[in-house]
Design a protein around this ligand. Structure first.
Ligand code: SAH
Ligand code: SF4
Length: 356
């Protein structure tokens, strides 16, 4: 089987190729020009193009379906070489900045929400991805290629800044090696140039792996899917909490290296009548005491067969106001793509039920 060309850092590719300076040229074709055919890399010798063609694959993923939301977010369903499918989302946000003349300049801000696994082992009660069980890890190349294909499909200029969040399908810390390697490839200055600081790993809270990630000191941002403030409820929502309870997650977070100007994000999925009361907000405030934290409240997105309900927006606002009044940074995640099967795993599920 051919190797995936997106699997390599620049240094790794330099070590593989003779002469090594060709690696930078290939990087430019792949990541700046989004080229997906070796024969079109015209500044490489003909024989090298042929050798590359024989040994490496550029197009390892196929876009089999997309859905565009009214708010501009676009969801992708990718198919792998071995016939499996998974999703990613491109999120478009308006960004306002003042220029040197004091005028407001509006620009678009792009975030790619990537998958790290096909399915997930963690099995959260509210999550659509969990329903299909675990299938396999995505390779580093498959993680990187999601970004390249999405940039190409939307004609996003190579110099345009984009952010990465590992909040699609899968638990990134259960695929630590491939995810951290992908972070390195994505941050290559001769390639996509997305620094680790603009990449956020979201985890359901595997405490020892948070510690391991912290020790690597990659400069990556961390988001913790907390969702509950007491162990009884959290264990019902995230069964793994029985092994790594709230206290162990908080301890791991306290030792995680955080950039001076950055904060650790705590994601809190708000579910109607389950965790949306002010009592929980009070407990949350206490739990996060002493941590440079920001809270992101996510409205539960119901899916077929789910036992939970979407919370009342006014209740979520009250929850947020309570935290903000106490000085905690708190945002309510805009329901990006709510009209396009927004919660992770939903587009894939739709496609599978169409097929079978
Ligand atoms: N496994 C990692 C990252 C992927 S899940 C984690 O759990 O953090 C990414 C996010 O999708 C999580 O914050 C999760 O809470 C959210 N999510 C899952 N199911 C959802 C649903 N039905 N509605 C809204 N958000 C959901
Ligand atoms: Fe896995 Fe995250 Fe879904 Fe939980 S919420 S099952 S950890 S993908």
């Amino acid at each position: 089987m051919k190797k995936n060309i997106y699997d390599y850092t620049l240094k790794e590719l330099q070590e593989k190729l003779q002469p090594s300076f060709r690696a930078k040229q290939i990087y430019q074709w792949l990541y700046i020009r989004y080229e997906n055919t070796f024969s079109k890399m015209i500044n490489l010798p003909q024989s090298m193009r042929q050798d590359l063609e024989n040994e490496y694959e550029i197009k390892n993923l196929n876009i089999i379906r997309t859905e565009t939301s009214k708010d501009g977010s676009k969801k992708y369903l990718f198919k792998t070489k071995d016939g499996l499918s998974f999703e990613s989302v491109l999120i478009k946000m308006r960004d306002k900045k003042l220029n040197s003349n004091g005028q407001i300049i509006e620009s678009e801000k792009w975030t790619c929400c990537l998958s790290s696994q096909i399915g997930c082992k963690v099995g959260c009660a509210f999550c659509y991805t969990a329903k299909g069980g675990f299938v396999r890890n995505l390779s580093s190349g498959e993680i990187v290629e999601q970004v390249v294909q999405i940039k190409k499909d939307n004609s996003i200029a190579p110099e345009k800044r984009i952010n990465i969040v590992y909040m699609g399908m899968g638990e990134p810390l259960n695929n630590m090696q491939n995810v951290t390697h992908a972070i390195e490839i994505l941050s290559e200055l001769d390639g996509l140039s997305i620094s680790a600081r603009r990449q956020t790993i979201s985890t359901s809270g595997i405490a020892p792996k948070i510690i391991e990630l912290g020790k690597l000191n990659l400069g990556v941002q961390l988001a913790i899917s907390l969702h509950a403030v007491d162990d009884e409820l959290r264990s019902k929502l995230i069964p793994m909490n029985k092994a790594y309870n709230i206290e162990s997650v908080i301890q791991a977070v306290k030792n995680f290296p955080v950039d001076e100007r950055k904060k650790i994000m705590f994601e809190y999925l708000v579910i109607k009548d389950i965790n949306d009361n002010i009592q929980s907000a009070k407990k949350l405030l206490k739990l996060l005491d002493g941590i440079k934290a920001k809270v992101n409240l996510i409205l539960f997105n119901p899916h077929e067969g789910s036992q939970f309900q979407r919370p009342d927006l006014n209740q979520v606002k009250k929850f947020a106001d309570f935290l903000i009044n106490k000085g905690l940074l708190c945002t309510i995640r805009e329901s990006k793509g709510i009209d396009i099967s927004a919660a992770c795993g939903q587009l894939r599920e739709k496609e599978l039920s169409k097929i079978f």
